[in-house]
Design a protein around this ligand. Sequence first.
Ligand SMILES: Cc1cc2nc3c(=O)[nH]c(=O)nc-3n(C[C@H](O)[C@H](O)[C@H](O)COP(=O)(O)OP(=O)(O)OC[C@H]3O[C@@H](n4cnc5c(N)ncnc54)[C@H](O)[C@@H]3O)c2cc1C
Length: 344
Amino acid sequence: MRARVPRSNPVHLLTLGGDRPKPEFFSMLRRLWQSAMIGLARSASLKGLMQNNRTAAAMMQRYVAGGTAGEAVATARDLAAKGISVSLFYLGEYVETREGIDEAVREKLAAIKALSDAGLDIHVSVDPTQIGLGVSSDLMAENARTIGHALADAARGPGRHCLMLDMEDHTTIDATLALHDDLAAGGIPVAVTLQAYLKRTEADLQARIQPGGMVRLVKGAFVAGPEIAHVGNAAIKENSRKLIDLMLSQKARDCGFYPVIATHDDRLQDYAIERAKAIGWAPDAYEFEMLFGVRTKLAETLAASGHRIRLYTPFGRDWWPYGIRRIGENPASLPLLVRSLVSR
Ligand SMILES: Cc1cc2nc3c(=O)[nH]c(=O)nc-3n(C[C@H](O)[C@H](O)[C@H](O)COP(=O)(O)OP(=O)(O)OC[C@H]3O[C@@H](n4cnc5c(N)ncnc54)[C@H](O)[C@@H]3O)c2cc1C
């Protein structure tokens, strides 16, 4: 998952939840804070500086599970001991060069091998643009098939093995869904992320429930205008509940659909748990997903109470853009950030 900012409006990354309208002053401060974080994430010179800064690196350890697939799998083993699964994500933002794309594919393959060797779920997340969508749909599809076949070959033992396609901005949706459907038709264990902020998502979801697919539902890290999107936290949350109803419906269960509810919003998680109970879903027939390092206690509580929980777990050396966005979602980390910016 990469929060790729629509070029037309770089300030518009999704802000964090809560239904109550916020006073204008605080929303302005929040927008300023987020645009500052986006600026920091996109600065190549700052990235070079920070990725060599020990204090910054230590701070990002909270969100990034090491530089290599091997290190990420060591973290995955520790989490497995607490009943928590992972989806590994090789970091790499704004990949536009052939070398960058090839490297991302190599690292996804390394993650598949390391997870397989460790006997864990072989579950990797992939951004379509990371594997070539920015160059051509054909290149993306070729790379996705390489990763998908490696994953299917390694996925011999028990577990929920999956090539999870992240969803980027709305211009990439048709290509991503076409890729998903093509891989699924070819027998690859594939799933796709759908975003509750978009009005089209209900139809996209229905089309994947019918054949018994697997969908990860998120609120969406982007915003768009009211012609295609639900605008504002309350509207997005309301649509999330409606989509959760569909994902956890009797019909979805009968179709063999596998719902993934990806949120740190405990009220939405509770809502899903209630719906699942009401319809009679077994606790192992759906799962929650959160980001590594975010609301860790909540993830542990879910696992301890018998729910399936997976953490989207990034690794790699290009950690600054991803890590600074997580810091941006959590203004309480400002003092730590300032310390790392001024330290050498
Ligand atoms: C597993 C996973 C995969 C994702 N994949 C995609 C994708 O492919 N495409 C896409 O557009 N978006 C993706 N997202 C991002 C998603 O769309 C939301 O932008 C993001 O999850 C924030 O919404 P939320 O539902 O978690 O709840 P929010 O309402 O934003 O937050 C709920 C609570 O969590 C706390 N919280 C959130 N972040 C932090 C943090 N960094 N540190 C501390 N506390 C925090 C908030 O303060 C709040 O109390 C993904 C998210 C997850 C969890």
